[in-house]
Design a protein around this ligand. Structure first.
Ligand code: FPP
Length: 242
C-alpha cells in the first residue's frame, strides 16, 4: 500500500456532533481535540511524515466571540498540555497562518512549540491556525512584490517555485491527500495553492467520531487512486504510442 507522505485534514463537524447530543459546541470542540490527539498517534504509527490540520481559519473570527474564545483556549490548552508528550514522541510542530495579529500569549506559545520541537524528525505536525489560503497567497504576493520593487528579482523571473517559497508552507511538501470529515465537499480556503494535485477524500463522519480505523480506511482508498499530475496514465501512453 502506498502511504502518502503528507496528509492534510479539515476537521469539520464538531458543532453538529455536540448538537446531536444536546451539548454545548465547546463539548464538540473538546471531543475534536481528542480526535486530533488520536490522529497524531495514528499518523506516527503509520509512518506518515507530514500531518497538517486546519485548527482555526482566518474566517473563524466571524463566529460568536464566546466560541472564538473557546477555540483559542483549546489551542492554548492543547499546546500547554500536549507539547511535552509530542516532543517526547519526536513530533516536530510547525504552524502556518497569519501570526502578526494574534494575541502575544498565543504567538509565544506557537513559537515555543516550534522551537522546542525543531530538532525532531518522527512526524511533522503542521497546525494551520489563523490560516486562510487566499490570505496566505496575498501575503506571499506582497513579499514577492517587495522583492521586485527593491530590485532583488524581476517579474519575469517569478516561477511557481518562487510562489511556493513565499508561502507559509515553504519547505513543506504539497499534501498528497486532503481528508475532510462531516460530509461537506469543499476546500474552504485550505491549502489552495498546495492542494492543486492532492487526492481529496470526503468522509461522512463528524470529526469527533473520526477513528484510527477510518484514518486507515482513507489511506486504503488513497492507495488505489491513480495520480497523474496532469499527465496521462502509463497504459494510455503505451497504447497510444504503439
Ligand atoms: C469545525 O467544526 C472545526 C473547527 C472550526 C475547528 C477545529 C478545531 C478542533 C478540532 C479543536 C481545536 C483544536 C485545536 C488544536 C485548536 P464546526 O464547529 O465548524 O462544526 P459544524 O460545522 O458541525 O458546526
Amino acid at each position: 500500500m502506498t502511504t502518502p507522505a503528507h496528509v492534510a485534514i479539515i476537521m469539520d463537524g464538531n458543532g453538529r456532533w455536540a448538537k446531536a447530543r444536546g451539548l454545548p459546541r465547546l463539548a464538540g470542540h473538546r471531543a475534536g481535540v481528542e480526535a486530533l490527539r488520536q490522529s497524531v498517534k495514528t499518523a506516527s504509527r503509520l509512518g506518515i511524515e507530514w500531518l497538517t490540520v486546519y485548527a482555526f481559519s482566518s474566517e473563524n473570527w466571524s463566529r460568536p466571540p464566546s466560541e472564538v474564545s473557546d477555540l483559542l483556549g483549546l489551542l492554548k490548552l492543547f499546546i500547554r498540555r500536549d507539547l511535552a508528550e509530542l516532543h517526547r514522541s519526536g513530533v516536530r510542530v510547525r504552524v502556518i497562518g497569519e501570526r502578526d495579529d494574534l494575541q502575544p500569549d498565543i504567538r509565544l506559545l506557537l513559537e515555543e512549540a516550534e522551537s522546542l520541537t525543531a530538532g525532531n524528525g518522527a512526524l511533522n505536525l503542521v497546525i494551520a491556525f489563523n490560516y486562510g489560503g487566499r490570505d496566505e497567497i496575498v501575503r506571499a504576493m506582497r513579499k514577492i512584490a517587495a522583492d521586485v520593487e527593491a530590485g532583488r528579482t524581476s517579474s519575469a523571473s517569478i516561477t511557481p517555485q518562487t510562489v511556493s517559497e513565499a508561502l507559509d508552507t515553504n519547505g513543506i511538501p504539497d499534501p498528497d491527500l486532503v481528508i475532510r470529515t462531516s460530509g461537506e465537499m469543499r476546500l474552504s480556503n485550505f491549502l489552495l495553492w498546495q492542494a492543486a494535485y492532492s487526492e481529496l477524500i470526503f468522509l461522512p463522519c463528524l470529526w469527533p467520531d473520526f477513528t484510527p480505523e477510518q484514518f486507515e480506511e482513507a489511506l486504503r482508498q488513497f492507495s488505489v487512486r491513480e495520480r497523474r499530475f496532469g499527465g496521462r496514465n502509463e497504459r494510455d501512453v503505451v497504447s497510444s504510442s504503439a
